[in-house]
Design a protein around this ligand. Structure first.
Ligand code: C2E
Ligand code: CA
Ligand code: CA
Length: 406
C-alpha cells in the first residue's frame, strides 16, 4: 500500500474525524497526539485513549464502507499523512482473496465487539476491559489457523498425506465380511496423525472436502480393482464412503462420481454412499434426485449415526435408503439402559417392516455382539470385529473371515 505524501496539519483541539461521518481516508500520525472519543447511544462520551506518532487512525472506514466509529481530535498540533480509500482499495483488489477475506472478517468482528462494548460499557461490573477486548480480538485470529490448515490440507490431498483405513462390516449370521467402511486419515508431516474429527469439519467449511471425497472414491476403486485380482471370489464386497452436505451441493457430484467409477471399471454396486441424518436436514441441492440416481445405478445408500439426528422418520420414505447404521452411543448404552434397549429394538423392528437393513456401529465386546445377534440385527461393525486397518492388512482379514473355498 502506498502512503500518499499528502501531509495534513491539525491545530490542537481541531476535530480530525467525526463519529458517524462517512470516511474516505485513514491517517498515519507523523507528529502530535490525538484523542479518541466514542459517543454512546445515550449520549455518554467514552474516552477510548490517545494515539501518537507511528499510529494509524481511521483505518476501519477504508476497509469497509461503514461510518466512522469514533470522533478523533488533535490534542496538540499534529501532522498526519493521508491514506486514501481509493489507494487502499486498489491494493486490496490485488491482494490474495484470503487476505481480503480475513481483513473483512476481522474488521466485522471488531466492529461487533465495539458495538457490544458500547452498550455493555455502562456501569456493569462485567464491562470488558480494553485488554479483554484485545484478547478476544486475538482469539479471533484463529481464522488464520483455520486457513493455514486448509492450505496444508490442499497440499495433503495432492501429496499422499491422506490415507484410507478400512473397517469391516460383518454379517452377524455368518461372521463373514460383507463390506468395509473407508475412513480417512491425515498424516501431517509435522503434526503427525490428525484425526478426521479435526480436519473433516475444516474440509467441509472450506469446500476442500469435495476434492478429498473424489480422492477417496478413486482410492477405493483402485483398492477394489486389486482385491478383485487377488480374490476374484469376493466380487460382492462393497465399500461404504462417507459424504458430506458440501459434496452434494457440488453440481458435478454425480458426473465426477460416475467418471471415477468408469475410469476404474468399478461397478456402482461396489460403492455405498454413507450420509448422516444431519445432511438430509441441511437439505443440500437436489439431494433426493442425486440419491435416487445413485440408487438406480445400484449403489447402496446408508444413513450413518442413526438416532442421533432429529428423529423425523419421514425421510425413510422420502429417500431411497436401504441401510441404517445404529449409532454407537446406543450400542454402548443398551445393556444398562432399558430405554435405549427399547429404542434399539424399535429401530430393528421398524427396519424389518420397511425392508431396510441395519448395521450396529461401534460394537466393542462379545456381550454387545451376542445381544445384537439375539435381536436379529443383520450386520455389525466395531472394534470387537476389527479396528479400521490399512489397505495392506485387508487381504489378511479377508483370509481369516472369508476363506477361499477350496
Ligand atoms: P463415522 O462415519 O461415524 O465413523 C465411525 C467412527 O467410529 C470411526 O472414527 C471409527 O474408527 C470409529 N469406530 C469404529 N468402531 C468403533 C468401536 O468399536 N468403538 C469406538 N469407540 N469407535 C469405533 P474415525 O475414523 O475417527 O472417524 C470419525 C468421523 O470422521 C467419522 O465418523 C466420519 O464422520 C468422519 N470421516 C471419516 N472419514 C471420512 C471421509 O472419508 N469423509 C467424510 N466426509 N467424513 C469422514
Ligand atoms: Ca460413517
Ligand atoms: Ca457413525
Amino acid at each position: 500500500m502506498e502512503i500518499q505524501k499528502a501531509e495534513k496539519m491539525f491545530k490542537a483541539g481541531e476535530v480530525i474525524m467525526t463519529q458517524g461521518d462517512e470516511g474516505s481516508c485513514a491517517y498515519f500520525i507523523q507528529e502530535g497526539r490525538v484523542g479518541i472519543v466514542v459517543e454512546k447511544s445515550d449520549g455518554q462520551l467514552l474516552h477510548m485513549g490517545t494515539r501518537g506518532p507511528g499510529s494509524i487512525i481511521g483505518e476501519m472506514a477504508i476497509v469497509d464502507n461503514q461510518p466512522r466509529s469514533a470522533t478523533i481530535r488533535s490534542l496538540e498540533n499534529c501532522t498526519l499523512l493521508e491514506i486514501t480509500k481509493d489507494d487502499f482499495a486498489r491494493s486490496v483488489r490485488g491482494a490474495n482473496p484470503i487476505v481480503r477475506l480475513i481483513a473483512q472478517v476481522i474488521l466485522m468482528r471488531y466492529r461487533d465487539i465495539l458495538r457490544r462494548s458500547q452498550t455493555l460499557l455502562s456501569d456493569s461490573p462485567d464491562t470488558p476491559s480494553p485488554e479483554d477486548l484485545e484478547r478476544e480480538y486475538a482469539e479471533q485470529i484463529n481464522v488464520v489457523e483455520a486457513i493455514k490448515m486448509a492450505n496444508e490440507f490442499k497440499v495433503a490431498i495432492a501429496s499422499n498425506q491422506l490415507i484410507l483405513n478400512y473397517q469391516p462390516i460383518v454379517s452377524m449370521r455368518t461372521g463373514r465380511i460383507l463390506g468395509f467402511e473407508a475412513l480417512m486419515r491425515w498424516h501431517h508431516p509435522e503434526r503427525g496423525l490428525i484425526p478426521p474429527d479435526v480436519f473433516i469439519p475444516m474440509a467441509e467449511d472450506s469446500g476442500l472436502i469435495i476434492e478429498a471425497s473424489r480422492w477417496a472414491v478413486r482410492n477405493v476403486c483402485q483398492m477394489l480393482k486389486q482385491l478383485d485380482q487377488s480374490r476374484p471370489d469376493l466380487r460382492d464386497i462393497y465399500v461404504s464412503v462417507n459424504f458430506s452436505a458440501t459434496d452434494f451441493d457440488e453440481d458435478s457430484f454425480l458426473t465426477s462420481l460416475y467418471e471415477i467409477l468408469a475410469e476404474n471399471g468399478t461397478s456402482a454396486s461396489r460403492i455405498h454412499i454413507e450420509i448422516t441424518e444431519r445432511l438430509l436436514l441441511k437439505q443440500p441441492k437436489n439431494v433426493k434426485e442425486t440419491l435416487d440416481q445413485c440408487r438406480d445405478r445400484g449403489m447402496g445408500i446408508i444413513i450413518d449415526d442413526f438416532g442421533t439426528g432429529y428423529s423425523s422418520l419421514s425421510y425413510l420414505h422420502q429417500y431411497p435408503i436401504d441401510t441404517l447404521k445404529i449409532d454407537q452411543s446406543f450400542i454402548r448404552k443398551m445393556r444398562h439402559d432399558t430405554m435405549v434397549m427399547g429404542l434399539v429394538k424399535s429401530i430393528l423392528s421398524l427396519s424389518e417392516n420397511m425392508n431396510i437393513k441395519i448395521i450396529a456401529e461401534g460394537v466393542e465386546d462379545i456381550e454387545e455382539a451376542r445381544l445384537l445377534k439375539e435381536l436379529n440385527c443383520d450386520m455389525a461393525q466395531g472394534y470387537f470385529f476389527s479396528r479400521p486397518v490399512a489397505e495392506e492388512q485387508l487381504a489378511g482379514l479377508l483370509i481369516e473371515r472369508n476363506p477361499q473355498a477350496s
